[in-house]
Design a protein around this ligand. Structure first.
Ligand code: HEC
Ligand code: HEC
Length: 393
């Protein structure tokens, strides 16, 4: 057991012995003593105004509605305001890592759309994660309900306990997590508010974290505001520039109508592909060091296939792809324009009529238009809202 870990677990006694010293990292202990910053009246995580293009009027009126058709909330864990509040505290609690140095939020940063601006994230001991961190926005509206780039977690409740136990990420055992939560004075009340009893266990920790993650949805980007005034998304939006409207047309229209068919994979108006499963978008000719879903389900048709992420707030979640290989949206567009590789599992929609990888021959203006459209998906209400922010301040 490392020094810092011992320190965190030992609580008050150790705190008093060392409270005069000014070593780095002691803030994580001091938190045992200070109040966490929670609002007097609990934040509203549940009563969200869902615009009709996410509930009843999706796509051309025939598409799936992101919010109503694809919600993965299980009956056993409905989101409540007090449940999400507890989840928020757990999400930002650095004591829930082996040396008290990181929390979920270290790799899922609110300002970065709950992704990480690093190509690979740093775990508690300085080690790198294997893949690039994923945005958590709109996780709720993913009907398959499977999580991670390779979808190895069958539910969000199952997913949220894994980072704690990952030897690179947070480095704890399940019983250490539970006892570390139990040893902090502010938790019993939060558990009581959320679940009607002060008892703390792993199941409740998972449920609360899942509720918080599910509460992070985007409904008020520039796209959503413009969309509210038209009946179908292909119509020009009054609040969009000419370039943004043109980028939108390119994104939505199929290639047969002069578009780029992006919506075919980044689908529904949460732009997340809620039920089609993982696919290959031609990043590499062959898979060599990361086989994606194949590592979980050893069937060759899953080799090099990965989850399609939501494009909401994509401007803020750079770098891009499962390995963070692209630093900018311009590089992503250049990939779809000229860089798609003929991987054995390359999705047909990224091939031309001869079965070869697509070459879109976009003009500089068209590339700019698609980038400008993607930036209309930025939703600062998610990245600024205090209800999603760090309560340990
Ligand atoms: C050290 C960095 C790090 C920490 C800490 C961390 N994550 Fe992650 N998270 C990642 C990475 C990297 C991935 C993608 C991993 C993969 O797919 O193999 C990920 C993926 C996820 C996903 C999947 C999203 C999706 O759409 O499939 C969720 C949900 C998630 N993390 C939630 C959490 C929660 C909750 C915590 C705290 C208990 C947490 N993470 C802590 C780095 C981190
Ligand atoms: C065949 C399905 C498919 C099509 C068509 C498609 N994408 Fe993707 N997209 C994916 C997949 C899968 C990923 C993740 C791949 C990975 O990391 O291995 C992805 C990733 C991305 C990312 C990075 C997301 C992140 O969080 O890192 C952006 C941006 C993106 N696509 C934009 C577009 C645009 C713009 C178009 C149209 C030109 C498009 N996509 C067409 C499947 C597709």
């Amino acid at each position: 057991m490392s020094f810092m870990r011992l320190f965190v677990l030992s609580g008050f006694v150790v705190f008093f012995i060392f409270s005069c010293s000014k070593q780095d990292g002691l803030e994580s202990i001091n938190r045992n003593e200070i109040d966490i910053n929670l609002p007097e009246i609990v934040y509203n995580y549940t009563d969200i105004d869902i615009p009709i293009h996410l509930s009843t009027n999706a796509l051309l009126g025939v598409g799936q509605n992101a919010a109503t058709d694809n919600d993965n909330t299980p009956i056993s864990n409905p989101t409540t305001n007090y449940g999400a509040t507890l989840g928020r505290v757990l999400f930002y609690d650095k004591s829930l890592s082996a040396n008290g140095s990181i929390s979920c939020a270290s790799c899922h940063k609110q300002a970065n759309g709950f992704s990480d601006d690093e190509v690979l994230s740093k775990g508690f001991d300085g080690g790198n994660t294997r893949r690039h961190s994923m945005s958590l926005i709109n996780a709720k509206w993913y009907a398959r309900g499977r999580f991670f780039w390779d979808e190895r977690a069958a539910t969000l409740e199952e997913q949220v306990l894994q980072p704690f136990q990952d030897p690179v990420e947070m480095g704890l055992t399940l019983s250490e997590i539970v006892s570390t939560v139990q040893n902090q004075s502010f938790y019993p009340e939060l558990f009581n508010n959320a679940f009607g009893s002060e008892e703390i266990n792993a199941d409740k920790i998972a449920k609360a974290l899942a509720q918080f993650v599910r509460s992070i949805v985007s409904v008020s980007s520039k796209y959503d505001i413009g969309r509210a005034n038209v009946n179908i998304p292909i119509n020009d939006f009054a609040n969009f520039s000419e370039s943004e409207n043109n980028g939108k047309r390119l994104f939505f229209l199929p290639k047969s109508l002069g578009g780029l068919s992006c919506i075919g994979c980044h689908s529904t108006e949460a732009f997340i592909n809620p039920d089609a499963g993982t696919t290959n978008n031609g990043l590499d000719l062959i898979s060599t060091d990361d086989f994606g879903v194949f590592e979980i389900i050893p069937n060759p048709r899953f080799s090099g296939t990965f989850k399609v992420p939501s494009l909401k707030n994509i401007e803020l979640t750079a770098p891009y792809m499962h390995d963070g290989r692209f630093a900018s949206l311009e590089e992503v567009i250049e990939h779809y324009n000229s860089g798609v590789q003929n991987h054995p599992n390359l999705n047909n929609s990224l091939k031309d009529e001869n079965g070869m990888p697509q070459r879109l021959n976009l003009s500089a203006q068209e590339k700019l238009d698609v980038v400008n459209f993607l930036k209309t998906l930025t939703d600062n209400s998610v990245t600024m809202d205090p209800k999603f922010s760090n309560p340990f301040k």
